[in-house]
Design a protein around this ligand. Structure first.
Ligand SMILES: O=C(O)COP(=O)(O)O
Ligand SMILES: [Mg+2]
Length: 259
């Protein structure tokens, strides 16, 4: 977190930390990440990955490791889990993992699609936060590294689909976050310039992609940031609940900030 950042507490004791108020002045649309920002999906990942590991005769994986590895899409997650699976001292090398990938993906996808959303929960304040941004007239897009076939039914099952004019997944564009391409393409779909389009995410992936695309970025303090403190990531601000973001935009006039 930058020195001189401003800290604002609201009456519900959520908090907001702001590095750059000017970055949030001209926001005309928002891009919202999914896993770790809107929905706590660790339970779904754990069930799908462990069903896959059982099918492949590999040891199970725990949710704290998954929290460190999630965020760069399914293929990256499956490979990381396989590369870090040990039977005693026996580990899988890169070639063995590559060979297992088609079967691993088939098992993972089958279970994920079957249990999608059953072990996941919308984060406190996320739905209210989307509603407040929508009520302000801001078009919203969901941009996740999750495959689109996983993201669409999950948003539907959790009652969040209606907030988004567009939903893009990790397979919607040739490259995923932290590459800026998905953000640039999402801005085009929203019809706003990157500097007018706020990225709301939970990890360095979202922030790096936003910086490279020229979008302002706010991060949540509660998601999955590869096991690293999210406050150390280069961003324009941090929130403990999405419910506060809309108020924060209004807050740039007549604000009640504390240093
Ligand atoms: O890597 C994933 O599957 C999900 O990542 P997200 O944080 O971009 O939604
Ligand atoms: Mg995320």
């Amino acid at each position: 977190m930058a020195k001189g950042a401003l800290l604002f507490w609201n009456c519900k004791l959520n908090f907001i930390v702001v590095n750059s108020i000017s970055a949030l002045k001209d926001i005309r649309a928002c891009i919202v990440d999914l896993d770790g920002t809107l929905i706590d999906t660790l339970g779904d990942f754990e069930v799908a990955l462990n069903a896959m590991m059982a099918e492949l005769g590999r040891p199970s994986v725990n949710s704290s490791d998954i929290a460190r590895w999630v965020g760069k899409g399914s293929e990256h997650l499956i490979k990381t889990v396989l590369l870090n699976s040990f039977k005693g001292t026996e580990a899988l090398g890169d070639a063995a993992v590559e060979e297992l990938m088609p079967a691993a993906w088939k098992h993972y996808q089958a279970t994920y699609l079957r249990i999608n959303g059953q072990h996941s929960a919308v984060f406190h304040g996320a739905q209210e936060g989307l509603a407040a941004l929508q009520a302000r007239g801001l078009p919203l897009a969901c941009l996740t590294n999750k495959p689109l076939d996983f993201a669409l039914p999950l948003l539907e099952a959790k009652g969040l689909s209606g907030y988004f004019s567009h939903v893009f997944g990790g397979d919607s564009f040739p490259r995923k976050k932290p590459d800026p391409l998905p953000l640039i393409e999402t801005c085009k779909a929203l019809g706003t310039a990157p500097f007018q389009t706020l990225m709301i995410g939970d990890s360095a992936n979202d922030a790096q992609a936003a910086r490279a695309a020229g979008c302002p970025v706010v991060l949540t303090t509660y998601g999955y940031n590869h096991g690293e403190p999210v406050e150390a990531v280069d961003a324009d601000g941090w929130v403990s609940s999405l419910v506060d973001i809309e108020a924060w935009m209004g807050e740039t006039a007549g604000r009640n900030w504390k240093s």
